[in-house]
Write a protein that binds this ligand. Structure first.
Ligand SMILES: Cc1cc2nc3c(=O)[nH]c(=O)nc-3n(C[C@H](O)[C@H](O)[C@H](O)COP(=O)(O)OP(=O)(O)OC[C@H]3O[C@@H](n4cnc5c(N)ncnc54)[C@H](O)[C@@H]3O)c2cc1C
Length: 394
């Protein structure tokens, strides 16, 4: 099916997706594959946080205490990645830069070492594969690591992709699958008799739809017309990132992603086949500010330099800041809301690239059946409604 539009009547789709970041695009692509006439509304489809993100697929090294429920979804998505990337590449001809290179999380001092030991114990309790290495073993794997590295965790299952390639491939996949890309801002949701019926865009177009998916990243809580009680509690979490370029004659600089906590801040270095080396990322509660600051760049370079001193020789080719769509429990909000016809696909915070494959499948299932699949039930947006919050606090 494709959206119907006869002159004088507004175009009607089965599904309108507000937001064409990686999450909105994967939702639209998977919905179209299931035969739903789908429109994406975004002034710049394929933009958003993926233009900044490092692209770590780090279900294991990103595990935090208290986030075991999210771990299940992260692992489910990580398992889908090889087939997902192959399918997208076959359809679009784009290489996503999917590297199964693994990750090395290292410690620079006794405190970091204790912290990593705890993470290792948590991995073991959770049945996850990670291997403790001495400092010398770490340097054998990554010869450019600083001599001061005191030990580390080797996690071969945490991979990486290039999120810019992913976003571009998803735009092409949508186009090839018949998704209509309407390049405009959605101004407001239309609601008729307690049911979402579409959106009105900034260019004045009324886009009618059987179902609306709100996938507007960190702006998801700001769409006019969405009733207060179903508005997602999503906030922007700023991240600054640097891109350096490893000259052809220096490759391979690093063989895998290297990360650490330095003076309480997370820092990671993600190498790509192309020679790009991404260093990230700050985590700042600054509203919608995306300024790259001298302090942010200084701290990232200082911390990365402590891990891999040789980075200072490399050209610094890009500095950029983006906004993670943060949610109160750091987990995404997926599926139907309390307003009929309105679904959410947002709040993916620091794992949106990793969670792209599973989000597409979960939303396609919800759009065609009205239900969340078992693996996604804990991520219902209804967990944040007033009643559910009262129950949790009782
Ligand atoms: C510094 C940084 C590093 C990261 N590193 C990683 C990583 O290594 N691994 C990982 O898994 N994740 C990472 N992430 C997180 C990941 O990038 C995000 O979770 C993911 O990109 C969110 O995608 P999204 O489509 O939900 O939102 P966004 O990318 O924000 O896209 C939202 C889209 O909605 C559009 N939009 C908003 N409002 C409207 C409206 N009213 N009408 C029309 N369109 C609208 C915007 O134009 C935008 O294109 C990182 C993020 C940052 C910032």
């Amino acid at each position: 099916m494709s959206p119907t539009h006869t002159s004088g009547t507004p175009p009607t789709s089965d599904v309108v997706v507000v937001g064409g970041g990686i999450i909105g695009l994967v939702t639209a692509w998977r919905a179209a594959q299931r035969g739903l006439a789908t429109t994406v509304v975004d002034p710049e489809p394929g933009g958003g946080a993926a233009q900044v993100a490092a692209g770590m697929l780090a279900a294991v090294t990103e595990l935090h205490h208290g986030e075991q429920t999210l771990l299940g979804l992260n692992l489910a998505s990580a398992r889908r990645y090889p087939d997902f990337a192959a399918e997208l590449t076959e359809l679009t001809g784009r290489d996503l830069g999917h590297r199964r290179c693994g990750t090395l999380a290292v410690a620079l001092d006794a405190d970091d070492r204790a912290h990593l030991r705890e993470l290792h114990a948590l991995h073991e309790r959770s049945g996850l594969e990670s291997q403790w290495l001495t400092g010398r073993e770490c340097r054998r794997l990554e010869p450019l690591l600083a001599p001061g590295v005191r030990g580390g965790l080797r996690v071969d299952g945490d991979h990486a992709i290039d999120p810019r390639q992913l976003a571009a491939a998803l735009v092409t996949a949508c186009e090839r699958s018949g998704v209509v890309l309407h390049r405009a801002w959605a101004d407001r949701l239309t609601v008729v008799r307690d049911r979402a019926t579409g959106v009105v865009t900034a260019d004045g177009t009324e886009l009618a739809a059987g179902q609306v998916v709100l996938a507007a990243g960190s702006l998801s809580g700001r769409l006019a017309g969405v009733p207060e009680d179903v508005l997602p509690p999503v906030r922007p979490v700023k991240g600054q990132v640097l891109r350096l370029t490893v000259p052809g004659n220096r490759a391979p600089f690093l063989n895998r992603t290297v990360r650490a906590v330095v003076r309480g801040s997370h820092v990671y270095l993600v190498p790509r086949e192309s020679g790009e080396l991404v260093i990230g990322a700050t985590s700042e509660e600054m509203g919608w500010d995306t300024t790259v600051t001298a302090g942010g760049v200084y701290e990232l370079l200082r911390d990365a330099h402590e891990l891999v001193p040789g980075i200072t020789e490399l050209p610094l080719t890009e500095t950029r800041a983006g906004l993670r769509p943060g949610s109160p429990d750091n987990a995404p909000l997926l599926g139907p809301t309390g307003l009929a016809g309105l679904l959410l696909a947002t709040g993916h915070h620091r794992n949106g690239v990793l969670l792209t494959p599973v989000t597409g499948d979960v939303l396609a299932h919800a759009l065609t059946t009205g239900e969340l699949p078992e693996e996604a039930r804990p991520f219902t947006p209804r967990r944040f409604t007033a009643g559910a919050l009262l129950e949790q606090s009782a």
